[in-house]
Design a protein around this ligand. Structure first.
Ligand SMILES: NC(=O)c1ccc[n+]([C@@H]2O[C@H](COP(=O)([O-])OP(=O)(O)OC[C@H]3O[C@@H](n4cnc5c(N)ncnc54)[C@H](O)[C@@H]3O)[C@@H](O)[C@H]2O)c1
Length: 248
């Protein structure tokens, strides 16, 4: 038996560098997966490519009504959801001094507000379904000073970590476990396209004790563990997939 047989999962940011690999892993573990992303066409393409039980749905995580629609779409297709993976996210390179108010609002809307809205709407559904798990994707930049930039991103990802603990306590006796995965820099194709060979890329490697970027598969493995009953006594917790960054 695979770890997520009969489990219904809602995954956000499913078509990005890490999201695609999480989707592949969840399907391989036997889950039925609602593949959601603000890019609806890419969701349909991913669903066509994956050999599994999937439902592509466009979802902008900042839109509360859209969350209600996704919850209903999953309920109609398979029944109530058991698992939410809050993976959608956007970044920013601005420092405490250079970040703009406009970018701050965008980053906080997707990374922080989007994570909360997902927990609010899908968490209630998971409780109704008889229990399950929420996995939030945070970042090492929300747990340390990072590279002294990405200021609004660090603020929002720090909030993801505190929201994870708070929500875990709320649902502790009601069958909904809430945990976070905290990756350092993961060498996805989009990330390397953006930073490969730049000073930032060099700094990412130099600051990582293991001396290499992480692989999306290594994030997906942590997600699969936290989504499944293998982590049945784990809530309000974090798995660092960071090549040793937080140990420095
Ligand atoms: N790549 C890394 O090094 C790294 C490190 C730590 C944490 N993370 C986190 O992992 C997650 C995935 O990152 P990634 O590297 O795959 O990034 P990515 O940019 O490749 O993918 C992000 C996905 O989120 C989607 N998205 C953006 N705005 C959205 C919105 N409003 N509603 C719904 N979807 C939206 C994008 O369309 C995209 O498919 C993010 O939360 C990111 O912050 C990434």
């Amino acid at each position: 038996m695979r770890r997520l047989d009969d489990q219904r999962v809602i995954l956000t940011g499913a078509t990005g560098g890490i999201g695609t690999v999480i989707a592949e892993r969840l399907v391989a573990e036997g889950a039925s997966v609602a593949l959601t992303d603000v890019d609806g066409d890419a969701c349909a393409e991913l669903a066509a490519r994956l050999d599994g039980d999937t439902l592509p749905v466009r979802l902008d995580v900042t839109a509360e009504d859209a969350w209600r629609s996704v919850v209903l779409a999953v309920r109609e297709r398979w029944g109530a959801a058991h698992v939410l993976v809050n993976n959608a996210g956007i970044g920013s390179l601005g420092t405490v001094g250079s970040e703009t108010r406009e970018r701050w609002d965008q980053v906080v809307a997707v990374d922080q507000l989007g994570t909360w809205l997902g927990m609010k709407h899908v968490g209630a559904e998971i409780e109704r379904s008889g229990g399950g798990a929420i996995v939030n994707i945070a970042s090492i930049l929300g747990a340390t000073g990072g590279l002294a930039n990405s200021f609004s991103y660090a603020a929002a990802k720090g909030a993801v970590r505190s929201m994870t603990m708070n929500a875990a306590l709320h649902w502790a006796t009601r069958g909904v476990r809430v945990n976070a995965v905290v990756p350092a820099f993961i060498g996805t194709a989009p990330l390397l396209e953006r930073y490969g060979g730049t000073e930032r890329h060099t700094a990412m490697l130099a600051n990582t004790p293991m001396g290499r970027l992480g692989r999306p598969e290594e994030v997906a493995a942590a997600v699969a563990f936290l989504a499944s009953d293998d982590s049945g006594y784990t809530t309000g917790s974090e798995i660092y997939v960071d090549g040793g960054w937080s140990a420095r």
